[in-house]
Design a protein around this ligand. Structure first.
Ligand code: G3P
Ligand code: MG
Length: 254
């Protein structure tokens, strides 16, 4: 991994190499590091007691040993969940990571982080951002952190907390790019767009790049189908298994 790749990656391991490890866990991020992934994407939400944790779903059923909404857990009860065995018995005993634990690990490993502020239905974007962002800004250097969200309020709160675009890279996440994307990005002083690769059009990609934003696409696991998007100027692919793309990146022979 070159220094340049660390700052401007071509691949980002979705939920921390989730093809091979239980998603959004410390073990997944250690695995991503061992596999040579320079960046990881992780989701952050709040527990009921306000602790930011690395978790994707509104509930715990899919990825743990129990059921229930995430916000009904506090730190003590959340740490009793087994968040590894659902993926494979060899990961039994894995515990839910707090944001702080995860940031310490990422810092120690020297990885880049795309932190997604995950605002599930009914949750408060401001509190999530006010709790998570200062911690992330404190622990990671600017060039190794991109904070993204589908939730505009979360991004606006983030920009209010850190108005300097040179100190905070903000990414707009969309399933489908809205018509007024230029105004939204300009108002937010955004750094990047994070778009669903299956819905992205070549014209949109070229316009986004011509306007000066970085362009990340999620969640792709088919490097051959994805290949044309590199020609459109896409900067990075967010993949469950970035290794699949090893021979299909810009500048590599297919
Ligand atoms: O940040 C890209 C991607 O993670 C967005 O979708 O649902 O996997 O968080 P999701
Ligand atoms: Mg995500």
């Amino acid at each position: 991994m070159t220094r340049l790749e660390a700052i401007h990656p071509h691949t980002i391991a979705h939920r921390g190499l989730s093809a091979h490890f239980p998603e959004n866990t410390l073990t997944a991020v250690r695995g991503a590091y061992r596999c040579g992934c320079p960046w990881v994407e992780l989701d952050v939400q709040l527990l009921g007691d306000g602790t930011p944790v690395i978790w994707h779903d509104p509930g715990v059923r899919r990825c743990s040993s129990r059921r229930g909404k995430l916000f009904t857990f506090d730190m003590t009860t959340a740490k009793t969940l087994d968040v590894g065995a659902w993926f494979h018995p060899r990961f039994a005993g894995e515990r839910m990571a707090t944001l702080e634990e995860m940031l310490d690990l990422i810092n120690e490993l020297g990885l880049g982080l795309n932190l997604e502020l995950k605002v599930n239905r009914g949750r408060d974007p401001r509190t999530l951002t006010e709790t998570s962002l200062p911690m992330a800004l404190d622990k990671l250097p600017t060039e190794r952190l991109v904070v993204s969200s589908f939730n505009r309020q979360a991004l606006h709160t983030a920009r209010q907390l850190e108005p300097d675009p040179h100190r905070l890279n903000l990414g707009l996440l969309y399933d489908k790019l809205p018509k007024e994307w230029r105004e939204i990005a300009s108002h937010l002083n955004a750094y990047s767009f994070h778009l669903d690769w299956r819905r992205l059009k070549e014209k949109q990609a070229r316009e986004i790049k011509a306007t000066g934003y970085r362009l990340f696409c999620y969640t792709a696991n088919d490097p051959i189908a994805f290949a044309p998007l590199w020609q459109w100027g896409v900067d990075a692919v967010i993949s469950d298994d970035p290794d699949l793309f090893a021979h299909y990146l810009p500048g590599k022979a297919a």
